[in-house]
Design a protein around this ligand. Structure first.
Ligand SMILES: *Cc1c(COP(=O)(O)O)cnc(C)c1O
Length: 372
């Protein structure tokens, strides 16, 4: 049975870095649940973080039930039939357009929910268009021109939000922040808070944490009294989990000289970002590419020809039944997987800091059938 194994010790190392940033820079850091919603570790994360952000009503409810702390929510367009429950659940709501503001801001304010507006800083620093919220024609955020055309920022709006990064460092953040201040800086003194979104790869080994703290502190120097939020997802559980699989079958060497290996995990079902981003995940004990003595192409047990995880090289031959372990599998996996082809979902296991393994969830036919 394949399994996602969440590594508590690695998670705590990330959380300590984030808590250090929040203390040194006086910022509040939220978990973006869409990347990682492992309920069992919410109480642990809550010891280090100020709260969560949600992309939907359900994520907001999940946070409210399981994660002590502030609950923020953003959606490009809230549905009228859900807005009352959303407002009863969250502390902060970020709206994406002036129409959303006119529909929901007054109601939110009446219910004690702090209202923010997502703005578009019009600085593209992400090379993958699918992850560039500032790409031409983007549906995210109000530009300064659109804001002015709508008559400016209504007094009920207490915060401004942008999200324009993806797996990026301080240098890119500074560029986006400069665009934000150029377009919207004059509005900041009237605000209670600003939210600089996610995509900050703060816990990556080569990330310039001191540079981030300095950038945030200098913003506060220019805009005293405004609370800064960051809402990373990836950075919370980066490299904090693996996906353990097994070789179901080694095929004979193909015409291209590479042996296909069928695993009991699928890119399409269990690590969809491998196909969507796309990227080749790290594999423990192997190198990416065809550079080594034993070269294998790994694929999933589905009907999809493109369900290939990648080609890797080993120093030793692989055999039927061998274990194959993928790294960095805590984020954008358990929240995004599916049962295409009726393939079961991997177990979810928490490896505690003392090494003890706890089975959090095992899936069965009923989980597959209950959605259909
Ligand atoms: C995706 C997203 C995040 C989290 O992004 P990461 O890349 O996982 O850090 C935060 N805020 C918003 C609005 C997002 O869309």
């Amino acid at each position: 049975m394949p399994r996602y194994v969440v590594d508590e010790a690695a998670l705590v190392r990330n959380l300590e870095i984030l808590q250090d940033v929040s203390k040194r820079a006086g910022v509040r850091i939220l978990l973006a649940q869409k990347a990682f919603s492992c309920t069992a570790v919410y109480p642990l994360c809550a010891k280090y973080l100020a709260g969560t952000t949600a992309s939907s009503l359900f994520e907001a409810i999940h946070a409210k039930r399981h994660f002590p702390g502030e609950v923020h929510v953003f959606n490009p367009a809230f549905a009228a039939e859900e807005i009352d429950e959303v407002l009863a659940t969250v502390d902060h709501i970020v709206l994406n357009s002036m129409r959303q503001v006119s529909l929901y801001a007054a109601k939110a304010h009446e219910k004690g929910v702090s209202v923010g507006l997502r703005v578009n800083p019009e600085v593209s620093v992400t090379t993958t268009p699918a992850y560039d919220a500032c790409r031409p024609g983007s549906r995210f955020g109000v530009t300064r021109d659109a804001l002015d055309a709508a008559g400016g920022l209504p007094g009920v709006v207490e915060g401004l939000h942008f999200h324009a990064l993806c797996e990026q460092g301080v240098e890119e953040f500074r560029k986006v922040l400069a665009g934000f201040e150029a377009h919207f800086g004059d509005l900041v003194p009237a605000l209670k808070w600003v939210n600089f979104g996610g995509g900050h790869h703060i816990t990556r080994a080569d990330y310039d944490v001191d540079g981030l703290v300095e950038t945030l502190r200098s913003f506060q120097g220019r805009h005293p009294g405004v609370q800064i939020y960051l809402e990373p997802g990836e950075a919370i559980a980066l490299n904090a989990g693996t996906l353990e699989s097994r070789v179901l079958e080694m095929q004979p060497k193909g015409a291209d000289g590479i042996t296909n290996v069928i695993l009991d995990v699928s890119a399409a079902c269990h690590m969809p970002d491998v196909l969507e981003m796309p990227y080749t995940p790290p594999m423990l004990g192997a190198e990416k590419g065809a550079g080594g003595p034993y070269v294998y192409r790994f694929g999933g047990p589905t009907c999809l020809a493109g369900d290939e995880i990648g080609t890797y090289s080993f120093n030793r031959p692989l055999h039927d039944g061998d274990a194959v372990v993928f790294g960095d599998m805590a984020i954008y996996t358990m929240v995004k997987n599916n049962t295409f082809n009726g393939i079961n979902l991997p177990d979810i296991v928490l490896r505690h800091a003392d090494g003890r393994e706890e089975l959090l969830r095992r899936f069965s036919y009923d989980d597959f059938a209950s959605r259909l």
